[in-house]
Design a protein around this ligand. Structure first.
Ligand code: DMJ
Length: 476
């Protein structure tokens, strides 16, 4: 080698060796679509900070804010936190942690919705604890959990619809199935981290109270009185108002290995696929049937009309669970069915009658479910069609819901008229599932390693040691 070439080589080696080492996160290239979703998340978060800081919800058209109750519970930041962590937005996440620790107290004389605060606040706080292991955050979660437990003080063990965070008083004895029994995941995780089985046992008691009231077909209805334990209708379905009951049977079995959950799930899914599913060559819908006879004769109490073929866009979560459970045939067909509905309008209507082929309630609230299921199917099957679906959903959301400062719901998917509201789950769920689909190839986040609560707060399976689960949750 000539002397000049040799010197050049030495110089190049020294130059390379002197470059600062990139962190692992920086080495992973994320796709332009993922970059765009992240940028839009930051833009929306900045709008929340500018126009709604300290409040539950950003109103994206009037650029103002709204609280769910007389006082704020800070639901948007708590819901947004785990998406920030997934996106690597550590600075924003730290700001939420500090705000929670320094400025949020649960000692409020407010009646709150037991179900909604469980999935958003309890789920959000527990995810924050798993990311930080900061004992101050666990104390906040435990304090919230103690206040929530008062809701379950009913003759059946099923929770009241409302609980007062300060006084523990309750009201609202008529609740739907999801509100009755979607607590095993969050309260199980709280038991695990506090070492106190009371939380999980209370949640499980509510589930058992539902299961004891199943019909001979192993179906349950979707409305119950928590004081008498009587069903208030006999409609069996997996739609809004029932959805997360089924989701949590499956996911608490996955996370905690509870054999009772497994039994309830196995029998329920068999009954649902036998009686509730309505399939033809092209589509697979999960409609509504009578829990005792399986007849498709469900009368809407408000209109007095048949609504056995009325579904809600929330139902599109179901194929994610079918896919996790290994039933890819049904999962893929159901996703195709919902995808056709999305493409019929460009967004989905909240409520839709698949026999009439018409929306019953045409609002789209920036909901995540169809995106969530496409993400699961992309991860599990690797088929590019699911990535393409999510790309289309994102493109339509940008087209119809993007506003000057953030994103908004749509009043009617037929006219695309915007509505001055941005639900907190847009931060928690919709943004997260979009981002995870577009970063799937990087391998940074592996769905196999996590279980999401119904509000998309992720929990790492490896955090839950089986022996400690048994002991802390009081499992036999
Ligand atoms: C979320 O708040 C939760 O996923 C809930 O279980 C039902 N769906 C909404 C968002 O659509």
């Amino acid at each position: 080698m000539k002397k000049r070439n040799y010197l050049l080589l030495v110089f190049a080696l020294v130059f390379v060796a002197c470059q600062p080492k990139q962190s692992k996160k920086e080495e992973v290239k994320i796709s332009p679509l993922a970059e765009e979703v992240k940028k839009e998340f930051v833009r929306t978060w900045d709008a929340y900070k500018k126009y709604a800081w300290g409040h539950d919800v950003l109103l994206p058209l009037s650029k103002s804010h709204q609280d769910w109750y007389e006082e704020s519970l800070h639901i948007s930041p708590i819901d947004a936190y785990s998406t920030m962590k997934v996106m690597g937005l550590d600075e924003q996440a730290k700001e939420v942690e500090d705000y929670l620790i320094d400025s949020i107290s649960w000692d409020k004389d407010l009646y709150v919705k037991t179900f909604e605060v469980n999935i958003r606040i309890m789920g959000g706080l527990l995810a924050m604890y798993e990311y930080t292991y900061d004992p101050k955050i666990l104390l906040k979660a435990e304090d919230f959990g103690k206040r929530m437990l008062k809701a379950f003080d009913s003759p059946t063990g099923l929770p009241y619809y409302w609980v007062n965070l300060k006084t523990g008083e309750t009201k609202g004895a008529k609740i739907n199935l999801a509100e009755a029994a979607s607590y095993m995941m969050e309260l199980g995780i709280l038991s695990y981290y506090t070492g106190n089985p009371i939380y999980y046992q209370t949640a499980k008691k509510a589930n058992m109270a539902i299961w004891e009231r199943r019909s001979d077909l192993n179906l349950v209805a979707d409305l119950i009185d928590v004081e008498t334990g009587e069903w208030l209708n006999d409609h069996s379905n997996i739609c809004a108002g029932a959805d997360s009951y089924y989701e949590y049977l499956y996911k608490s079995m996955l996370l905690f290995g509870d054999k009772d959950s497994q039994k309830m799930w196995d029998k329920s899914i068999e009954a649902i696929n036998t009686y509730v599913a309505e399939e033809d060559e092209k589509s697979l819908w999960y409609g509504r049937v009578n829990m005792h006879t399986a007849a498709r004769d469900c009368i809407d109490p408000h209109s007095g009309r048949q609504f056995a073929s009325v579904v809600t866009l929330y139902d599109a979560f179901f194929q994610s669970i079918l896919a996790l459970d290994g039933d890819l045939r049904r999962a893929e067909k159901t996703q195709d069915t919902w995808n056709n509905l999305w493409n019929k309008y460009g967004l989905e209507p909240m409520i839709y009658d698949y026999k009439a082929g018409e929306p019953t309630y045409p609002v789209y609230d920036l909901n995540p479910e169809i995106i969530e299921s496409a993400y699961y199917l992309y991860h599990i099957t690797g088929k590019p069609k699911y990535y393409d679906m999510v790309e289309k959903y994102w493109s339509d959301i940008k087209k119809y819901c993007r506003t000057e400062v953030a994103f908004s719901s749509v009043e009617d998917v037929r006219t695309m008229k915007k509505k001055d509201y941005m639900p907190t789950f847009f931060f928690a769920e919709t943004f997260k599932y979009l981002y995870l689909t577009f970063t799937e190839e990087t391998g940074e986040f592996n769905l196999d390693d996590y279980v999401f609560n119904t509000e998309a707060h992720p929990f790492a399976k490896k955090s839950f040691e089986p022996e400690k689960v048994k002991k802390n949750l009081g499992l036999k």
